[in-house]
Design a binder for this molecule. Structure first.
Ligand SMILES: [Fe+2]
Ligand SMILES: [Fe+2]
Length: 268
């Protein structure tokens, strides 16, 4: 695969359709780029795909739902791979509110987007989609401070934004089909590329966070950058835990910095 490619719409969990694409990262692999439709009483679109795949993305969206029926456009964060078609989707779904946080609203304003369509998530607020609630949750890790995932109380699906991303050697329908070594290697590569601060994270705090996700016991974890992880929460968390201990994530270069500051600094 030499260019971003859309793989169409497919069901990944109850009420949940993935609009799945792959983006080749030279020398790394194929990065999944997923948006989602939740077929709630008040339908939700989660993220808006890649600009480079505008036509096929909008065709896949139409195959999953009448866009005019969408009531909520949940933007996990404002990175280009998540808002590639936001203006088109907002035009196709005139009744939909764009859900984001305070900083997300600011970034929308800087891009000249219509912030009067925004539903600003207040701290502690839960979105009522008619037949379920969407409980906002910060993912276990993220690359932009406005990031907000959520938990669907009806299906128990956890939407994790960029967390658990994994470039693959070949497209896969489900994360469970990824061999253990490839999952570990891909997750370590993605974390190193996208979230290097994880290389100096508080391990005890991360372990508590991962244990809390395990206790939540989601029916599936859906990431923008991983095929659906159904009934494999424990395995996914264990691999991620090993990644954090692997030394593969490039932390800030303390030794060079200290060396530049002077020979005494390293001893301090
Ligand atoms: Fe991101
Ligand atoms: Fe992303």
């Amino acid at each position: 695969m030499e260019a971003p490619t859309l793989f169409g719409a497919h069901t990944v969990a109850p009420d949940t359709t993935s609009l799945s694409a792959y983006c080749p990262l030279p020398g790394v692999g194929l990065l999944p780029v997923n948006a989602f439709v939740i077929h709630a009483a008040e339908p939700i679109l989660v993220d808006t795909g890649l600009m480079a795949l505008r036509e096929p993305f909008l065709a896949a969206l139409h195959s999953a739902i009448d866009p005019a029926a969408i009531r909520w456009i949940w933007i996990s964060h404002m990175d280009a791979d998540h808002i590639g078609n936001i203006e088109e989707v907002m035009a196709l779904a005139p009744q939909a509110k764009v859900v984001t946080t305070f900083l997300g609203l600011g970034k929308m304003m800087l891009r000249g987007l219509d912030i009067w369509r925004v539903h600003l998530l207040e701290p502690g607020e839960v979105i009522d989609a008619g037949d379920r609630r969407l409980v906002p949750l910060k993912p276990v890790c993220y690359d932009a401070p406005e990031t907000m995932g959520f938990f669907d109380t009806r299906t128990r699906v956890l939407f994790a934004a960029d967390a658990f991303g994994t470039p693959l050697q070949a497209p896969q329908q489900v994360a469970a089909a990824i061999p253990e070594a490839e999952l570990f290697d891909g997750m370590a590569t993605w974390a190193s590329l996208d979230m290097p601060a994880l290389g100096m994270c508080d391990r005890a705090a991360m372990s508590r966070l991962l244990a809390a996700v395990d206790r939540l016991d989601p029916s599936a974890i859906v990431s923008a950058h991983l095929p659906v992880a159904r009934d494999m929460t424990g395995r996914l968390l264990r691999v991620f835990d090993r990644v954090l201990d692997s030394g593969r994530i490039a932390a800030p270069d303390y030794e060079t910095l200290a060396g530049l500051a002077g020979p005494c600094a390293l001893a301090a």
